[in-house]
Ligand binder design. Sequence first.
Ligand code: IMP
Length: 431
Amino acid sequence: MANVAVIGSQWGDEGKGKIVDWLSSRADVVVRFQGGHNAGHTLVIDGVEYKLSLLPSGIVRGGKVSVIGNGVVVDPWALLKEIETVRAKGVDIGPHNLKLAENANLILPVHQKLDAALEAARGKVKIGTTGRGIGPAYEDKVSRRGVRVCDLRDEALLKEKIENQLIHHNALLKGLGAEEIDAGSVFKDLMAIKDEVLAYADVVWKTLDEAKTERKKILFEGAQGIMLDVDHGTYPFVTSSNTISGQASTGSGMGPKSVGYVLGITKAYTTRVGTGPFPTELFDDVGERLGARGHEFGVVTGRKRRCGWFDAVLVRQALTIGGVDGIALTKLDVLDGFEELKICVGYEIDGKTYDYYPSSQLDQEKATPVYETIPGWSESTFGARSWADLPAAAVKYVRRIEELIGVPVALLSTSPERDDTILVTDPFADK
Ligand code: IMP
């Protein structure tokens, strides 16, 4: 099966946009399978910039089918707004090329309100959510209180579901001292957009099964990163969905064998937005320099990203859990000009050495990195298109990373430009 899943190997923001765009240009179908409009990436195609949050990357390229799978939580207003913005740039978007799973759960205004109220109530230990209502919407899904896309088809059922959801949440909002939400006005607002949203509703598992039968190439586009996975990440400082490749199946309605190759997008250093443990975080001018050179600001919230050295232990763990076959190493050029570079090869916690990142929140906070120092390079790697264009020390750095993480580099990205990529393995080639 030549289908590919692309996932982030760290805490998100690994530079998925460019790689996903490159791969989606070669795919027939592009599928989002988790997360929501907390994700964000920028694509630059023929000089035009597109900022996508909820729409799969394939949307900006003609002749592809873009799918929002059941594993995504969908804010219908955000979806329509994004469609309008992207369409205004001349992109063709309609029910023929955008399919929204009818069994996807909706993010409603109460979820954003809860996100804010719950975050405020968390006191000092905040998760630093994007405030998009993602967590509360997933909670409702699991509590079986969710309102789904298909519910928009039946007025009476929709009304009942909104009321049922709000009985629960208004009591909580009241307790938190926040304003309650009026079920009638949510119903009215949804009725105003339901036809527009339902136009995209689709039996996605069937559409994907047909694509599979026709041997179409399917790209599963992950959002966030493995260390933000609700099970395997730095819990509770995580997002509310599974971000690993296994979710591509659950979140789209295809079987687990549908993904033939898993590509882990991996930044040549580490960044994180929001709170939570980050063993290799740098608080000095090196961290500042990485942030400035790497333009490390969030696409969705504009928040400054925390920066640190490459953590080979964390990435090895993430790639193992995520079943990653090869990595796309990004932003190597940000490391140009450093005299020496550090790579985390282990942790020390209470005098004990670890070759993995333990699950306990306290241990995660206490972990201090054990570093290996390797020489940097003064030459530029920006825009390199072959190994021969890279300084020997940069090749050594990449090879050392491969050794430590146990997964080969399939692609090396050396600038935001699509062609500035060194291709080692074609993820879409049949294995
Ligand atoms: P939520 O997904 O909005 O609930 O946020 C939970 C955590 O995940 C916070 O630390 C966010 O900063 C982080 N997060 C969510 N989406 C992204 C993303 O696309 N990139 C990086 N971090 C993210």
